[in-house]
Design a protein. Structure first.
Lengths: 299, 506
């Protein structure tokens, strides 16, 4: 048995290892870094909300309503002011991160599982399976998401669970479309044919030959749909059909501040800006991950 | 991101409208520009049930009687005098020489036709309560008419001075409610020159208005547009394309009051806000609200003073009775429950809920008030599952299966009599959540007696029991803000009716 160090085949390899190259790609990508840091901070904020929030986000104080944030002449008692019921804005913002991230993650997960299963099956098996899945995708694309979500939530009543499930069941179309075409591209590759030739089972081919080669596309769709779900939740809550009060939700906060928009614009701007930052961070990270993991960038 | 773009479009549109609007500014061309928040389904006052409808009704039509909003004294309007012939017959002498806007003379035939038309349930008048106490009318001579009642109804005069207005018989027979809605014809201080559903209503001064207790109109034209968004209304007020807005939320009104160019007037209204509790157990036998101690705990949990001082503001007041204080028979001497969360928790524990309980909680308007109330309940351990429904949906739900606790309001159609509210909800109707036989019996006596003392006594008994048993938790009365430019001189009245007739230019 040849010694590894003296093996002429291995000895020739100089320069960075694949791991080093990956790290270089990650740290060389500004968008990815910014997105990841911002998202990471928001995730930490959401997780540690009970320790970070200066006040109980549900505690109302009618005598201290709509106090301005500290940069508009308010006090440090409420750094971002208070809302129309005298609840601390910063605390509600911090707890609201939980709602947004939870909805974004779980809805993207549900729709990801549904969409990926359908897309991969359609792309790999083709024929009738493809026809059925394509038909389902077309049906789904013909339905306006917001209208359907509004109708379902109006019938079922708005709550966190309902919103998550409804969005999860509605946002799988992009997963299915992208996964289907990605699978179509790789199913004819030599390594798939080789795996088939050596007698790998279909699930094994799908899991270890197809999936790893399309997962970079999946990541992009996951981030897009996560951002999409977060914005839809905000829109539904803004319309009063999403998360129900007193649960803090950024969309709900925008809606509650809307009436005073002419006089106290910060009530709309603060949750609006945070929502914007979160969605931007997710999209930046998604773009970055795609760049980093795409096969053409690996070498 | 799609809705973000539409917000910009809306803002841009608002600015354009505002610029275009300043071309037809108010005082210079004797046109008052006002805004309604809600769409009015039909101008015909018998076929809508909204506040906007009441405002137009008082401008376009007249009733036989008029109640002076300042003194609450009944004065003759289209009638000059009236007399009870017996418990169920009222005779009126009509004013002579009055003509409708289309030139049709007003006489007994108009009264007979109007009363017979609206009293017939088959014609589908929207608010049956306003008219279903009348049986029919008969003509005695050209200017004498009798209205026959189904049964003794002491509040008849109050209803005749409010929602029952007189229509021209020939025109109404031909046009019907839909024709009347598009081209309204009445005897009132203002005549309608244009109705564009969804856009605006244009009223013009009636130059030949009779010598009515409503006073003579002075402002030449009134142009009322429907603008649902309060922020848009305020923006147009800034730009000068609106002269008057009303029902402005307290917070915005407070900000506008600090500006020199506007007058903000505040008046109370007859509308009260209350919680109705499922004391009869309609949502389930074991419903916690069937226990008196739980209901008392709810009453003690809510800081009504804070609600009035911080949220409603203006001329709102804390209410303890299931009626508005100015209403006839609304005895104020009932049990009142002070804010005491400790006591509320203790009462819940005594009732067998030391850790509180969870319940569905419904509301249909004033989301911020509803939310503040639910926070008070949460604070003592009554965990509320908040449901905000449309008015019609909540009404339907309450009629069918009831609700454990819901935040309701009632404006009594500005009728200054306890029968318009307490009797509406405590006589085993489908919205009666308490079903107390004793209360119903007392109300029956009070509603039909013609002796004011007997009425007062029985309303008082009923109201006291309602308060002792906490079937309702009455909380506050509403108020309305009227915001207008310094060009306009107007003193609002406490009945939530916008009276163009008493407006003047400064």
């Amino acid at each position: 048995m040849a010694d590894m160090a003296t093996d002429p085949l291995l000895a020739d390899i100089t320069g960075p290892t694949p791991g080093q190259m990956l790290r270089k790609r990650i740290f060389g990508h500004q968008g990815l870094l910014i997105g990841a840091v911002v998202l990471g901070v928001l995730v930490l904020v959401a997780i540690f909300a009970p320790w970070l929030a200066p006040h109980d986000p549900y505690a109302q104080s009618l005598m201290a309503r709509m106090q301005p944030p500290v940069f508009l002449g308010g006090s440090w008692e409420h750094p971002l002011g208070t809302d129309h019921l005298g609840r601390d804005y910063l605390s509600r913002l911090i707890y609201g991160a939980r709602v947004s991230l939870l909805i974004g993650t779980v809805a993207a997960l549900i729709s990801g599982v549904i969409g990926t299963a359908m897309g991969v099956a359609a792309g790999y098996f083709g024929g009738r399976v493809d026809a059925v899945v394509t038909f389902l995708i077309n049906v789904r694309l013909a339905m306006p998401v917001v209208l359907v979500a509004l109708a379902v939530v109006a019938i079922m009543g708005g709550s966190l669970q309902v919103v998550i499930v409804v969005l999860g069941l509605l946002l799988w179309d992009r997963f299915a479309v992208v996964m289907r075409s990605s699978t179509l591209q790789v199913r004819g590759r030599e390594y798939v044919a080789a795996a088939r030739a050596v007698g790998c089972s279909t699930p094994r081919i799908l899991m270890s030959e197809i999936m790893p080669n399309i997962v970079n596309n999946l990541i992009v769709v996951v981030t897009l749909e996560m951002a999409h779900a977060i914005l839809l939740e905000a829109a539904l809550s803004f319309l009063g059909l999403g998360v129900q009060p007193p649960t803090p939700s950024w969309g709900l906060m925008v809606s509650e501040g809307k009436n005073m928009m002419l006089f106290e614009p910060w009530m709309v701007m603060i949750p609006g800006v945070v929502l914007f930052v979160l969605v931007l961070a997710i999209n930046l990270m998604g773009d970055g991950l795609r760049d980093v993991t795409a096969p053409e960038n690996r070498s | 991101m799609k809705y973000a773009r539409s917000n910009w479009t809306a803002a841009a549109t608002a600015i354009c409208v505002a610029c275009a609007g300043s071309a037809w500014a108010g005082k210079a061309d004797d046109t008052l520009n006002a805004a309604f928040t809600k769409e009015l389904e039909n101008v015909d006052s018998y076929f809508n049930s909204s506040r906007e409808g009441v405002v137009l009704q008082r401008a376009i039509w007249d009733g036989l009687i008029y109640r002076d909003p300042a003194t609450n004294e009944y004065k003759g309007n289209l009638a000059t005098s009236w007399e009870w012939i017996d418990d169920t017959t009222l005779e009126f002498k009509l004013r002579e020489g009055v003509t409708f806007h289309n030139g049709e003379p007003f006489n007994a035939d108009d009264v007979v036709y109007t009363v017979n038309f609206v009293a017939d349930e088959a014609n589908g008048v929207k608010t049956q309560r306003n008219v279903n106490w009348m049986k029919s009318a008969e003509k005695i001579d050209e200017y004498t008419v009798r209205i026959l009642l189904k049964e003794p109804f002491p509040a008849a005069i109050e209803f005749l001075s409010g929602p029952v207005s007189m229509y021209p018989n020939e025109y109404y027979a031909e046009a019907g409610p839909s024709g009347m809605g598009l081209k309204p014809v009445g005897t009132g201080p203002y005549k309608v020159i244009d109705v564009v559903p969804g856009a605006h209503f244009v009223l013009e001064k009636n130059e030949t208005y009779h010598d009515s207790p409503k006073g003579q109109p002075e402002i030449g034209k009134v142009d009322i547009r429907t603008i649902p968004d309060v922020n848009t209304q305020i923006a147009e007020l800034f730009s000068g394309s609106l002269d008057l807005i009303w029902q402005t939320p307290a917070d915005q009104a407070e900000k506008l009051a600090t500006m020199d160019q506007f007058t903000v007037a505040n008046e109370s209204t007859m509308r009260i806000g209350y919680l109705t509790l499922d004391a009869a157990g309609r949502t389930g036998e074991d419903n916690p609200f069937t226990k008196l101690k739980v209901r008392q705990a709810v009453a003690h949990a809510i800081d009504r003073e804070a609600l009035v001082n911080a949220l409603l503001k203006g001329k709102s007041q804390v209410i303890s009775t299931a009626c508005y204080p100015s209403q006839f028979g609304c005895d104020q001497n009932v049990t009142s429950y002070e804010y005491d969360p400790e006591k509320a928790r203790a009462l819940l524990a005594e009732a067998g809920y030391p850790d509180g309980f969870s319940t569905d909680y419904y509301a249909y308007r004033d989301r911020d008030y509803a939310e503040a109330i639910s926070s008070f309940l949460n604070a003592v351990g009554i965990e509320t599952n908040f449901n905000m429904l449309q008015y019609s949906a909540l009404r339907e739900l309450r009629m069918k299966e009831g609700s454990p606790v819901s935040f309701q309001t009632w404006g009594s159609y500005s009728i200054n009599d306890t029968s318009a509210i307490t009797s509406q909800f405590f006589k085993f109707g489908s919205l009666d959540d308490s079903r107390d036989q004793e209360v119903k019996d007392w109300l029956d006596i009070a509603d039909s007696s013609t002796d004011p003392e007997v009425r007062k006594e029985h309303y008082s008994k009923a109201l006291k029991k309602i308060a002792d048993q906490v079937y309702w938790v009455p909380m506050f009365s509403y108020n309305t803000n009227y915001v207008f430019t310094k060009d306009v001189d107007y003193t609002p009245t406490p009945d939530e009716v916008l009276r163009f007739t008493t407006m003047r230019w400064n």
